[in-house]
Design a protein around this ligand. Structure first.
Ligand code: SF4
Ligand code: SF4
Length: 321
């Protein structure tokens, strides 16, 4: 009974969230509400989080969810990281708290940032290899089936960030009988054992939240799921597939550097690359740079060649809404 009530509430929340996000999207598109993209993103993120709770409540087909997310990423690049990922929503809320206290974030020095961009692929390979290492699987057993059924399942590594905070199944984290989750919590609990599970999970939560308080979207820079999507933008062979692309008109760029400063993923290519397609493997298509670029038509989000959203001249007082 309660599950049916919950299901109806979730459905209504998703419907209301989508409707509000749709209205805001139309206003931004038609009425040129340039600084409202961040609000739109928040609506979409919150709706996506509710939708994920709904999906996790009604299907145990985790592999299927993973396949759908990856299939979408083939067409839309890292849009998932910028707009849909539940873990990213928590990190953005942490950033909002930091902003409310007027605490400045910390940027990685450029060289370290570039090194870390490459290092994340090594980390992804490590995560993929981990199930084999932990299970001590013999080389002849390295079949896909074995790969997915070990205790440290690849599917849970890649779906970790997608799990909502409250989950409808038995978990190792509980608050007044409400089952809580956190990315990778079940894997950490499995390997820490019953006695140490809570301590190990608490340390992991503290580290990920504290790091994201200091560095914007810290986890997203190394997240195995995000890095897997990033591969699609990294290698030329895949670049013709994603439909969503970020473009820059070099002649309109005054090198003011705002795009570089506002980017939560510390993508410098948006500033450095000389026009054309500037979508990179680090870009989460969050559109913060497009929203904040103060020059008309300089930065654009294109979908299959059509412009969906572009920068506006918000420096001219008459054009500020
Ligand atoms: S914000 Fe726009 S104009 Fe300024 S550097 Fe970036 S792309 Fe160029
Ligand atoms: S480059 Fe622009 S769209 Fe990409 S992550 Fe940075 S701010 Fe977001």
């Amino acid at each position: 009974m309660w599950l049916e009530v919950l299901s109806e509430i979730l459905k209504l929340t998703i419907f209301a969230g989508l409707a509000l996000a749709g209205i805001l999207a139309i206003l931004i598109w038609k009425k040129d509400l340039k600084t409202k993209v961040s609000y739109l993103r928040f609506f979409v993120q919150a709706t996506a989080m509710t939708a994920f709770f709904f999906i996790f409540s009604y299907t145990t087909q985790l592999l299927l969810i993973l396949v759908v997310i990856f299939a979408l990423s083939i067409f839309f690049g890292r849009f998932f990281c910028g707009w849909l990922c539940p873990f990213a929503l928590y990190l953005d809320l942490v950033a909002a708290v930091r902003k409310a206290f007027k605490i400045r974030y910390w940027n990685f020095p450029d060289k370290l940032n570039k090194f870390l961009n490459r290092f994340r692929y090594a980390l992804l390979i490590f995560f993929i290899a981990l199930p084999f290492m932990l299970e001590k699987i013999e080389p002849w057993q390295w079949s896909l089936a074995k790969f997915l059924i070990g205790p440290f399942k690849l599917v849970s590594v890649l779906l970790g960030p997608v799990e909502p905070l409250v989950i409808p199944w038995e978990s190792s984290l509980k608050l007044y009988n409400i089952n809580l989750s956190y990315p990778y919590a079940s894997v950490i609990a499995f390997y820490s054992g019953e006695n140490l599970a809570l301590i190990a999970i608490s340390i992991f939560i503290a580290i990920t939240l504290a790091s994201s308080f200091v560095v914007r979207r810290f986890w997203c820079r190394f997240c195995p799921t995000g890095v897997s999507f990033a591969v699609l933008n990294r290698f030329k062979i895949f670049r013709w597939i994603p439909l969503l692309r970020l473009n820059k008109v070099e002649e309109k760029c005054t090198k003011c550097g705002i795009c570089k400063r506002v980017c939560p993923a510390q993508v410098t290519d948006v500033y450095e690359v000389k026009g054309g397609d500037i979508t990179t493997s680090m870009c989460m298509l969050c559109l913060r740079c497009v929203e904040m670029c103060p020059y008309e038509d300089c930065l654009k989000l294109n979908m299959a060649g059509k412009t969906l959203f572009k920068s506006r001249n918000w420096l001219e007082p008459s054009k500020i809404e």
